[in-house]
Design a protein around this ligand. Structure first.
Ligand code: T6T
Length: 327
C-alpha cells in the first residue's frame, strides 16, 4: 500500500515512539519474515527488568533479530495479560516472559505457543513447567540461603528478624523466603523470625510496615527484604522510627536506589542477581529453538552478596542493575 507522505511520516513518528519507549527497535519480524523477539516484563519500570531488557536487546541486536519490549507497569495480572495479547498480535518468533502469577499467565502463554512463538520463561515461573522451551532464573532458594548467611555475619548468633515481601504469590520471592527460613533453622538456631509480612510491591508499603513491625516486635535486630521495592522502602521506615543504623538490613536485588541505600548505610548487604545475563541467555536459547537447534531447558544464573566492602570490585559490576540501557 502507498501512503501519502504525511501518513508515512506519521508512521515513522509512531515507530520512533516505540523505539523511544522501549529503547529498542520495534518487532513484527515474525510477520515480516525475519526473526523477531519480544520481551514481556513483570514490571516495566523495575531496574531488574530494565536490566534484563538491556541484556536481551543487546543480544538480539548482535544476532540480527528485531526486538521489542513491553510489560505491565504494575505487578498486575490483567495488565500483563493485555501486554501478552498485544505482543501476540505481532506474531513474534520468540517471547521472553516473566509471569507475574504462576497460574493466570498459563493460558496467555499457551496462546503465544499455539500461534507459533517459542517462549522463554524468565525469572518467575509457571506452575505448569511444560510451558516454555527454556526456563532461566537465579536459584532463588539458594539466594534466600545466602541472605541468611549474610544476616548471620551481621547479627552474630542471636537476633530477631522480620521479613518483608511484596506478596505471597510470586514464585521467586517465595523461594527466597523459603531458603532464608531453611538456612536459619539448619545453621543459626539463635536467629529467629518474628514475622513475614506482605507489604505490596512498593517502597511506601515497606516503609510503613517497618514502623508497625518495630512497634509490634521491639526486639527486632534484623530485616530481610525479598525484592527491590521492599528494599527501597526500608531506609525511610527505619529513619521514621529513629532506628537507622541500629537494625541490620539484608535486601534482595541491586537497583540504583538500593545501591545508594547500601552506600548511605541504611542497608547493609544486597543479594544481587544477573538480570542482564538472564536476558542475553534467553535470547540465545530462543534463537536455538527458532533455528531448530538444541535448547537448554533450565538455566540458573549467578547471584552475588554485595556489601560496602566489595561494592567497587570489578567482579561486582555485572550484578548492579541499570536505570536505562545507556548506563
Ligand atoms: O527481585 C526481582 C525479581 O526477581 C522478582 O521476581 C520480582 O521483583 C524483582 O523484580 C525486583 O523488584
Amino acid at each position: 500500500m502507498v501512503y501519502p507522505n504525511n501518513y508515512r511520516l506519521l508512521g515513522v513518528a509512531a515507530a520512533l515512539a516505540v523505539v523511544a519507549l522501549t529503547g529498542c527497535s520495534s518487532s513484527g519480524g515474525g510477520a515480516g519474515g525475519g526473526t523477531s523477539i519480544a520481551f514481556v516484563a513483570g514490571k516495566t519500570g523495575d531496574p531488574f527488568y530494565i536490566t534484563m531488557k538491556c541484556g536481551a536487546s543487546a543480544e538480539a541486536k548482535k544476532l540480527g533479530y528485531a526486538f521489542s519490549a513491553t510489560g505491565s507497569a504494575d505487578w498486575s495480572v490483567p495488565e500483563q495479560v493485555d501486554a501478552v495479547n498485544s505482543v501476540a498480535a505481532n506474531r513474534p518468533s520468540g517471547v521472553l516472559i516473566s509471569p507475574v502469577d504462576p497460574n493466570s499467565l498459563a493460558a496467555p502463554v499457551k496462546t503465544l505457543q499455539s500461534a507459533g512463538a517459542k517462549v522463554a520463561v524468565v525469572d518467575t515461573s509457571l506452575t505448569d513447567g511444560s510451558l516454555g522451551v527454556t526456563h532461566i532464573s537465579s536459584n532463588n532458594l539458594q539466594g534466600g540461603q545466602k541472605a541468611a548467611d549474610t544476616m548471620a555475619q551481621l547479627l552474630g548468633t542471636t537476633g530477631e528478624i522480620v521479613v518483608l515481601t511484596p506478596d505471597l504469590t510470586t514464585t521467586t520471592t517465595n523461594a527466597r523466603i523459603q531458603g532464608f527460613k531453611q538456612q536459619l533453622a539448619a545453621k543459626y538456631p539463635g536467629l529467629t523470625i518474628d514475622d513475614v509480612r506482605q507489604v505490596g510491591d512498593t517502597a511506601q508499603g515497606a516503609a510503613s510496615a517497618v514502623g508497625d513491625e518495630l512497634s509490634a516486635h521491639p526486639g527486632v535486630t534484623g530485616i530481610f527484604t525479598a525484592n527491590s521495592q521492599t528494599g527501597e522502602g526500608v531506609g525511610t521506615g527505619l529513619k521514621n522510627a529513629g532506628k537507622q543504623g541500629r537494625i541490620k538490613v539484608v535486601s534482595f536485588d541491586a537497583g540504583p536506589a538500593q545501591v545508594q541505600a547500601l552506600q548511605s548505610g541504611s542497608v547493609d548487604a544486597l543479594i544481587s542477581q544477573d538480570p542482564y545475563g538472564i536476558g542475553q541467555q534467553a535470547v540465545d536459547q530462543l534463537g536455538n529453538a527458532i533455528g531448530k537447534k538444541p535448547v537448554t531447558a533450565t538455566i540458573q544464573t549467578d547471584l552475588a552478596s554485595i556489601t560496602r566492602d566489595n561494592l567497587k570490585d570489578p567482579a561486582t559490576a555485572r550484578f548492579l542493575y541499570k536505570a536505562d540501557c545507556t548506563s
